[in-house]
Write a protein that binds this ligand. Structure first.
Ligand code: GP9
Ligand code: MN
Length: 427
């Protein structure tokens, strides 16, 4: 009932981390370009196959100081069965996905107070999603309306002829190329989310698109994983050039993230061969790192930052960069640039990771040694309960559709989903 939202509100207000005063509002009104790296795990960064970098362009964003990116190398995905859809939900609402199924599908008509709607109401942003798949996949065409996303450029906006398509949909290179004119024509400021697709299980790639040889483990999808990652990397480099040419690069927030793992535990044998170590439960959890990189106009990149963090933390971070106080909203994450950022990363299954130790399937592990901690401290056990509590509060929000009963700010207007229409084929 509606009193539950008070319990949630007390929890999230208490967890809230004050903004970093040096960064609060620095990017107010700037365009935001958010780039989704499908199935991209952080171990690819700086990884060399056959003596070659797999993702030289992304590596350059990490290492070239003058590119002004900040890279979080201890950033984790927090998704479950909703995969891509969970990543979208978490990053635009700072709520957890559900323990089973995809909230995008089962809670697609809930009330949300999502980033696109907040940015529109607070600072007049228009928001868009670009994605070369059918708009109904993951029920996006429903839930995006609840998020207040203004335009959804789905596959009906792109040339989907055979040679441009592989696996789930449009190839990443034509995707970025054809997105450019649409991006250029947008009203500013915009919050644009571009979602890639080619680097997706089972990592199919046409011969002419492959510029690195496959790995040689004999596990086909693992072997090709590096080829589609390279293709994605090249598509991104091209996109950055096009953004520069269009004058959209320098003055925009550019944010890059991985949505979830690409190589599941079913491929441990091949991964052990490639990484040269045993994939224990502990190691598998560590492999759930995905990249998070951000460039903020006028702010010097911090290089590689080791803060332990997760997808949940992105929304409050962005709000604070734009000068909007995250405290007004129900959010489980905390600002990555705050000195009070909370350094523990819950996974959806109740496991969690901190800078010192990891709680994985009932055992605590020392991060330095990877060994089981036989006698966990009370503080550790408390944290375990804290994670359970946090997850269950988030579940209450989604299962009870509790944001119906929450008014973030005096001037907040509930989103009216009937005001949104998507797709080239819609009247
Ligand atoms: C489909 C794409 C893939 O549109 O987002 O979703 P996933 O299988 O990664 O959840
Ligand atoms: Mn995905």
């Amino acid at each position: 009932d509606s009193s539950d939202i008070t319990e949630v509100e007390n929890y999230t207000k208490n967890k809230y981390a004050e903004p970093n005063p040096d960064l609060f509002g620095v990017a107010e009104g700037k365009n935001i370009i958010k780039i989704h790296l499908e199935s991209f795990q952080s171990f690819l960064i700086d990884y060399k196959l056959h003596g070659e970098e797999v993702t030289p362009f992304l590596n350059s964003l990490v290492h070239d100081q003058e590119k002004n990116f900040t890279y979080f190398d201890n950033f984790f995905h927090q998704t479950e069965q909703g995969k891509t859809a969970d990543a979208e939900l978490i990053m635009d609402t700072s709520l957890y996905g559900l323990p089973q199924g995809a909230a995008f599908v089962t809670k697609g008509n809930n009330t949300y107070q999502a980033l696109p709607a907040i940015l529109k109401q607070q600072q007049g942003y228009q928001s868009q999603v670009f994605h070369g798949d059918n708009k109904t996949f993951w029920n996006r065409d429903e839930v995006y309306k609840e998020f207040g996303i203004d335009e959804f450029y789905d596959s009906s906006y792109y040339d989907m002829s055979d040679e441009q398509v592989i696996n789930y949909g449009l190839k990443d290179k034509p995707f970025f190329e054809e997105s450019m004119p649409m991006l250029k024509s947008l009203e500013e400021p915009f919050y644009s989310h571009l979602m890639t697709l080619t680097h997706h299980h089972p990592y199919l790639i046409d011969e002419e698109d492959a510029t690195i040889d496959p790995a040689e483990t004999g596990d086909g999808s693992v072997d090709r994983y590096f080829q589609t990652a390279r293709y994605l990397d090249e598509s991104l480099e091209q996109f950055f050039d096009d953004l520069k040419e269009a004058g959209l690069y320098e003055d925009s927030i550019i944010m890059i993230y991985g949505d979830h793992y690409g190589i599941s535990e079913n491929h441990n044998r091949a991964m052990e061969e490639l990484l040269g170590e045993e994939i224990t439960k502990f190691k598998n959890a560590q492999l759930q790192r995905v990249p998070f990189m951000i460039k903020v106009p006028g702010v010097e990149g911090k290089g590689t930052v080791h803060e332990y963090s997760g997808q949940m933390d992105v929304m409050p971070t962005l709000l604070h960069l734009l000068g909007i106080d995250a405290q007004d909203y129900i959010q489980f994450g905390t600002d990555l640039f705050s000195k009070d950022h909370k350094e523990f990363v819950p996974f959806r299954n109740g496991d969690f990771i901190t800078p010192e130790y990891s709680f994985i399937k009932g055992n605590y592990y020392d991060n330095d040694t990877g060994e089981v901690i036989e006698e966990p401290t009370d503080k550790m056990k408390e944290q375990e309960k804290g994670v359970q509590r946090e997850l269950s509060l988030s579940d209450k929000v989604l299962l009870g559709d509790l944001l119906r009963f929450y008014t973030p700010t005096e001037d907040w207007e509930p989103v009216d989903p009937t005001q949104y229409h998507y797709g080239n084929d819609e009247p």
